[in-house]
Design a protein around this ligand. Structure first.
Ligand code: PLP
Ligand code: COI
Length: 357
């Protein structure tokens, strides 16, 4: 296995500047000094693994990823505990999903051990950038794109892997209202809805814009074929809590992203008196459940978003308030428990944390 070792003499941001950045990191406002990089070609496979200076990447305008969209990404976080130690949360899950995304997009999967080496060495070399303020973390953005200059359409013959790192706040600070768009779909049978390819996000922007026009923070996607089934939210999986103690989320039917946060919430549900249930969730059931009070809470979750209470659901002919319109107690307990594990204040019974450095 090749290692991501630092290139010599990369300038370091002075510690006062890092401290200033960490007072209000935003989301992607500041990047750490290094980024991981590796290149794939058919002749050499994965090579040139290194931690290089964060900065521009040379490209020809005929870049394959720009022309034909061979581009995939991941998102994971490193957390600082009160004793100063730094931990990655379930990085193996991201590595495996990254490889699945690559295969679906006819791209060469990055070996799991290379992915893990890149993220751990990148964080270890930039420990000063890992925030210690509550709710803040270091977000890692591994991605890969077809980096050959290519106009004739086919899978590229060169790929570049990069991992960027940045201090962040949670992505959605406030409880969310979700918009059910009547016009657009995110996913289809046989499509790319269950992988993290850039095109899924490009194709979703129009619906997100529509959501904002209707006073909602994100979209709640329904299935494209029948518009009967709830799939997920943009950038997040979707779950509901019922009055009889179920934590229900749509099953992974090949059209939904297998979220790592979703998996984690299902795993800790029982500790909150909740039965985890993965099954098709009809929009009619969601609507009737909220109207009758059978569904007491709704939530959306993801690495960037963490756990966001969903307090309203809106469509052209509906404006539903979930519960009393404020974050529900079980949602807050699940969020507190998950972030407690991540920040080291709750026991990590599942072995989800991996120490860096
Ligand atoms: N669904 C979509 C479309 C996403 O972009 C994300 C974010 O990565 C998720 C769900 C949640 O996945 P995870 O919890 O692994 O971040
Ligand atoms: C993540 O949660 O890591 C995501 O990928 C969501 C995002 C596009 C910011």
């Amino acid at each position: 296995m090749a290692s991501f070792l630092p290139a010599p003499s990369i300038p370091r941001t002075p510690s006062e500047q890092i401290a200033a950045a960490l007072t209000d990191p935003g989301f992607g406002r500041y990047f750490v000094d290094h980024m991981a990089r590796a290149v794939w070609t058919p002749e050499a496979g994965w090579h040139d693994h290194a931690l290089v200076a964060t900065g521009e990447v040379p490209m020809h305008p005929g870049l394959a990823a720009l022309q034909y969209g061979q581009s995939i990404f991941e998102g994971l976080k490193a957390f600082r505990h009160s004793d100063g130690s730094v931990w990655l949360f379930r990085p193996g899950m991201n590595a495996a999903r990254f490889a699945r995304s690559a295969r679906r997009m006819q791209m060469p999967p990055l070996p799991i051990e290379d992915f893990l080496d890149s993220v751990t060495r990148l964080v270890a070399l930039n420990l000063d950038w890992v925030p210690s303020a509550p709710d803040q973390s270091l977000y890692l953005r591994p991605f890969m794109f077809g980096s050959e200059t290519l106009i004739g359409v086919r899978a590229a013959n060169e790929y570049t892997y990069i991992c960027l790192a940045m201090p962040v706040m949670p992505f959605y600070p406030d409880p969310l209202k979700l918009w059910v768009t009547p016009d657009f779909a995110r996913s289809m049978a046989g499509g790319t809805g269950d992988v993290k390819c850039a095109g899924n996000y490009g194709a979703s922007m129009i619906a997100e814009h529509q959501a904002h026009e209707h006073g909602c923070g994100q979209v709640l996607w329904l299935d494209s074929a029948t518009r009967r089934w709830v799939e997920e939210s943009g950038t997040m999986n979707f779950l509901v809590i019922t009055e009889d103690g179920e934590l229900v989320t749509p099953d992974l039917n090949g059209q939904i992203l297998a979220g790592i946060t979703r998996d984690s919430l299902l795993a800790i549900a029982a500790e909150h008196g909740l039965r985890p249930v993965e099954r098709p969730l009809a929009f009619a059931e969601l609507r009737d459940g909220i109207e009758s009070g059978r569904i007491t809470e709704a939530l959306a979750c993801g690495t960037a978003a963490v756990v966001s209470p969903v307090v309203g659901i809106k469509s052209p002919d509906l404006d539903l308030v979930v519960g009393d319109g404020t974050p529900g107690p079980k949602t807050q307990a699940l969020r507190g428990h998950l972030t407690g594990i991540q920040f080291g204040t709750a026991p990590d019974r599942h072995g989800w944390l991996h120490r860096v450095g």
